[in-house]
Design a protein around this ligand. Structure first.
Ligand SMILES: [Zn+2]
Length: 249
């Protein structure tokens, strides 16, 4: 994995160790308790997944069917609660993000901390399903962490064959990315496609809340010399890809 901000890795390692957590998965409720924040679950979140009353050190989160989503909500609200201190202290690492995005970014680092992620990423060959299991985090949270630790990596999320959101700047879909997504969509298996120094890996996840499968795609450079983005569109050898290990859920 590429560039990791050592100061951030050190900060989160220490922060979690203070909460008695020294390996994944992180239990955000334990983190909250250590910080004196009380977590309440409510059946209906008034259209929101969570809310924080900072001065009372109180967090409300919607009781979700998806535990990974609920954990992320707790992390987000912890950061909301600590906004005056924690978020401002770390803000310089996240450029000038709006508050909600900043709480998401720091919240993701509590759940999938930079002190452990690069090692686990290497050890499981960057496999999304394994990383989701290790961190008990949603596919999107893990996918976003892949981007923040390697500025070259680009990712996309696809619903019903349409790119739902690009997690980075608006950019054209890369040829390997498109093919990996299509094959993954058709087979619901993990698919890897390489060409011109780029490799795209597509994972199939079933979104229970929405009731349809989605594909999460990561594209990264295969060679040590980072190819130019434009070269991804060059004519090259016919794209051939392996259908990886079958995945079903
Ligand atoms: Zn918020």
């Amino acid at each position: 994995m590429g560039v990791v901000d050592c100061a951030l890795a050190d900060f989160f390692e220490e922060f979690l160790a203070d909460c008695g957590i020294t390996s994944p998965p992180v239990d955000p409720v334990k983190v909250a308790e250590h910080l004196g924040i009380h977590v309440c679950k409510e059946k209906k979140g008034r259209g929101r997944r969570g809310r924080a009353i900072g001065r009372l050190k109180l967090i409300y989160v919607t009781d979700e069917k998806n535990p990974a989503r609920e954990k992320f909500s707790v992390c987000h609200e912890i950061v909301e609660c600590l906004y005056p201190t924690l978020a401002r202290k770390l803000a310089s690492h996240f450029c000038e993000m709006p508050r909600e995005e900043l709480c998401d970014a720091i919240g993701a680092m509590i759940l999938v901390p930079p002190c452990w992620f690069p090692r686990d990423y290497r050890e499981c060959g960057g496999d999304l399903h394994q990383l989701m299991a290790i961190y008990q985090a949603s596919g999107e949270v893990v996918l976003k962490r892949m981007v923040s630790d390697d500025p070259w990596t680009v990712v996309s999320v696809w619903d019903k064959g349409v790119r739902k959101q690009d997690l980075q700047d608006v950019r054209p879909v890369l040829p390997t990315e498109q093919l990996a997504q299509k094959r993954c969509h058709a087979t619901r298996r993990t698919v890897e496609v390489s060409r011109n120094g780029f490799t795209s890996t597509a994972w199939s996840l079933f979104d229970r809340q929405r009731g349809w499968p989605r594909e999460l795609v990561r594209t990264t450079h295969t060679e040590d010399d980072i190819p130019s983005y434009d070269s991804a569109f060059d004519d090259g050898p016919a794209i051939d890809g392996d259908f990886g290990e079958g995945y079903s859920s």
